[in-house]
Ligand binder design. Sequence first.
Ligand SMILES: Nc1nc2c(c(=O)[nH]1)N[C@H]1C(S)=C(S)[C@@H](COP(=O)(O)OP(=O)(O)OC[C@H]3O[C@@H](n4cnc5c(N)ncnc54)[C@H](O)[C@@H]3O)O[C@H]1N2
Ligand code: MOO
Length: 642
Amino acid sequence: MTTKRNVYLNMKPLDEARQILFDHFPAVGTMAAETVSPPDAVGRILAKPVTAKVSSPNFHAAAMDGVAVKAEDTFGASETRPKELQVGSQARFLNTGHVMPPDTDAVIMIENIQMVGDDRIRIEAPAFPWQHVRKMGEDIVATELLYPRGHMVSPYCVGALISGGIYDVPVRRKPRVLIIPTGSELVDWRTTAPESLKPGQVLETNAYVLEKMIAACGGHATRHERVMDDLALIRQTVADAVAGDFDMVMTIGGSSAGSEDYALPVLQDLGEMLVHGVTIMPGKPVLLGDIQGKPFFGIPGYPVSAIIALEQFVQPLIRRMLGAADEPRRTVAVVPTRKIASKLGVEEFLRVKLGQVGENIVATPLPRGAGMITSITEADGIIRIPSHSEGIKDSDSVQAELLRPLSAIRNTIVVVGSHDNTLDVLADQLRAGDAALTLSSSHVGSMGGLMAVKRGVCHLAGAHLLDTQTGEYNRSYIQRYLPDKPVKRVNLVMRDQGLIIPKGNPKRIRGIEDLGREDIVFINRQGGSGTRILLDYRLEQIGLSPEKINGYSNEEFTHMNVAVAVLGGAADAGLGIYAAARALGLDFIPVVTEQYDLIIPEAHFKSGNIQVLLETITTDIFKQRVEALGGYSTENTGNVFE
Ligand SMILES: Nc1nc2c(c(=O)[nH]1)N[C@H]1C(S)=C(S)[C@@H](COP(=O)(O)OP(=O)(O)OC[C@H]3O[C@@H](n4cnc5c(N)ncnc54)[C@H](O)[C@@H]3O)O[C@H]1N2
Ligand code: MOO
């Protein structure tokens, strides 16, 4: 094993790095042509201009059911002076699509004629020439251009291609790409049961994601099995791929500066490095190179970094090789829900949730870790914060690239505040309903939710704020923090908070009163959290002083982290919701039932989407699903407080 580490030689801004790549591979439309059938051409790029071989229709055709006539013979007909025509010579019955008989140039619809005996018809209006006739070549004229080269064939195009007699469609061959995931920690999902995953093992995902993304832009990718962190092995795999019939090769992982990051040494051994390191985030350590005239990419291992690197470099290069146009994403002006700091000197691809609240489309930032695939799967858009900017203010209107259509974003209810698992049930039920609404929730704590209501950047907030003076939830906080904001408060659920303890309760804890025992170590929540307020309130009620509790000053920030501390043996008990205990197979002693409400500004309360939400939470199916989670009660669900 080598201990030599790579250093980023010369980080380039995104535009410059792209230019270096495109200049080095001036590959526009270089893929050879091949022919495929019209249906198989869908999604492919035309290698040549396509001109029609035949006209469509290739004869004059009746466009309506009725009689074919010579327009001239009908001139002068009116209601007061109807005309009669002889069937067989002056008028011939035919149906939509039939060939027009010789010497006819118009069709009169069947409903506009009267029979006179067996062989004459009466009309009360003249026909004008070519009325209700689809003339030869009306749709497509033989020899005319159907599509220029570089056009992407759509399902609609198949109709025009076949009608125009193009049965062999010239398209560019798909660039063949080999994807080589590297990393000794990677395991194959097909041979690894999820329960058997050991610490240190990571399910290989990127090769699958990239394979589909390459297919989406017109390439064809092959996934190599994962290669261990072994310089010689990776080098051999890359060398074989380049010598074979792949047009492009990429490794995933090992692109940065770790002692086992081999993408750069492999490239240096086999070819020429063009760029190592781009001032973007995620995606910084991407490596661009040339091995024997073929593009080589060292794609960073973090899932979002891999996706961004692919979108910024690989997909555009593939489109160029195919001679296809670039497909910039639509952008829309959005207002961030809070101010967002960003590092100077790097262009950040910030993933955001979007929703239309009042006049504005508001953007809530998602977690920024490049290792979090959900930060991009949950995203509706991407805000690109330029490298010269230290971030964006919450009042700034900025552009976001859209990952979902605007119509879907307008159909989204934005809820901000404390997290609760029943919101997931609600999201699912809302989507299954006739309106197919999306619930987009951001978890910033109860107070964060109230502040979002105050600033008008959400449709509603979820909160469970206990007033220790009165024992009431939320009301006094609303009075205090939202004095000028008329809101309605609707109960979503009552939920159990309780002691999360090890399976089997080895220390025979009975309740909060036991937290003062000398043999028990507690794990606390951070000051200001709803749960901490609750604990302190409860301790005061039973007259147990915090100093008596071992571990009272050890704080965690989430219910799950409290449960993890208990599971790992760092603590014997912590206060949290039942769902967290259940997720880790721990035991739970209910302590109090707390109230979780939805706080809805009057301005939104009457809106159709909110009314659907309020109906949904009172349905039996919603309540049953919530009760089935355990630790919840729906006795007050849907109750409205002014
Ligand atoms: N000292 C420094 N460390 C790191 C830097 C740096 O500048 N200095 N850059 C960080 C950045 S930014 C990124 S991005 C990562 C990417 O580095 P690598 O390309 O070397 O990626 P790995 O270390 O191999 O893997 C990172 C992470 O992703 C997981 N992974 C890798 N491949 C796959 C795959 N095919 N499917 C699923 N997951 C994968 C891997 O297990 C790691 O957890 O480096 C930072 N470090
Ligand atoms: O820049 Mo790395 O690609 O964020 O995680």
